[in-house]
Design a protein around this ligand. Structure first.
Ligand SMILES: Nc1nc2c(ncn2[C@@H]2O[C@H](COP(=O)(O)OP(=O)(O)O)[C@@H](O)[C@H]2O)c(=O)[nH]1
Ligand SMILES: [Mg+2]
Length: 311
């Protein structure tokens, strides 16, 4: 199954919510569309904007679906919209273009159970598949078995995994990991962290400390901090993102579990309101279910439109 087909499958719950009141040609009342968009967790303001844009496009004589596509793209990626719609030099096979990482160390953060550890495993496989030498650091020393979980992935993927004792200092593991990456000349280190609520001040302070420690272990290199958001949390994810961003300066967001929810519209406010690039999206538990995010692919998959390839 191609990534685009996986994405289409993964977004089916969201699509069902959006098209509940649509005719076969997707035509629907403006109120129904607005209500449906809100139901997919775009937020009221963005839903109203999308409806207004869709109306405007519709008046130009485009089909309902194409009008909606344009309106959604304007939210997700205003700069690229014109190019996408003309399909100029546009390639939906996102897997061919590797997602660039500026840093050599990527700390992965987020609340409990959002998919941090499995996402790190998938990222490891992804970057390894693109020729990068990858290491892991098992910085979740809090939850029993979290280290073993990452180590198991590391073994399977042949990715060296730096570990520390359960209940030990996560900063120490991150420090060892960053030093070890540097000494061994690996391209990328992913640092796992314990899940924490964005409202718990002391845990957010601990995260800041882990980040400082990584800087100290490898001062010359730029670092990144990626937040994993579970799509199922919908609008609440925005608040998580804001709080984590305040604490540790996020450089990327990964949205997981789009397959488990009708709240796939959450990507719109994430793109519009956070100003942090979405790097990957996940639509399942398998490694192939996490892929680079591409706004055009997301919209086409959501609206069940064919993925036209660039000439
Ligand atoms: N359906 C689905 N499940 C996912 C996705 N990403 C992660 N998971 C599952 O979410 C659960 C929690 O993942 P884990 O990595 O342990 O979360 P962590 O606590 O943030 O480290 C696991 O069962 C994963 O397989 C996804 O995109 N879709
Ligand atoms: Mg974990």
């Amino acid at each position: 199954m191609s990534w685009f087909d996986r994405l289409k499958d993964g977004l089916s719950k969201t699509r069902t919510v959006i098209t509940r009141d649509a005719a076969a040609n997707w035509e629907m009342d403006w109120d129904d569309l607005e209500f449906a968009l809100i139901g997919s967790d775009t937020g009221a303001k963005i839903a109203a904007e999308v409806v207004a844009e869709t109306k405007k496009e519709r008046e130009r004589g485009t089909t309902f679906k194409e009008a909606l596509e344009t309106a959604l793209m304007r939210q997700l990626e205003p700069d690229r919209t014109r190019q996408i719609l003309r399909n100029v030099g546009f390639n939906l096979d996102v897997s061919r273009n590797m997602v660039a990482v500026k840093g050599k160390v990527v700390m992965v953060v987020g609340v409990n159970g959002v998919g941090k550890t499995t996402t790190i495993a998938k990222l490891g496989q992804y970057y390894q598949g693109h020729g990068k030498r990858v290491m892991f650091a098992a910085g979740d020393t809090f939850r029993a078995a979290a280290t073993a979980q990452l180590e198991l992935w590391g073994d399977r993927l042949n990715i060296p995994t730096i570990t520390g004792p359960d209940g030990g200092d996560p900063g120490a593991v991150a420090f060892d990991g960053a030093q070890s990456r540097k000494a061994r000349g690996y391209d990328l280190l992913f640092v796992d962290t314990a899940g924490r609520l964005h409202t718990k001040h002391n845990l957010m302070e601990e995260l800041k400390k882990v980040k400082r420690v990584i800087d100290k272990a490898d001062p010359g290199e730029p670092k990144e901090t990626w937040l994993v958001l579970d799509a199922v949390t919908g609008q609440n994810g925005l608040e998580q993102a804001r709080k984590f961003h305040e604490a540790v300066d996020l450089t990327g967001v990964i949205v997981t579990k789009l397959d488990g929810t009708a709240k796939g519209g959450i990507l719109l406010p994430i793109a519009r309101e956070l100003g942090i690039p979405i790097k990957f999206i996940g639509v399942g538990e398998k490694a192939e279910d996490l892929q680079p995010y591409d706004a055009a692919a997301y919209v086409k998959a959501l609206l069940d439109m064919p993925a036209r390839q660039a000439a």
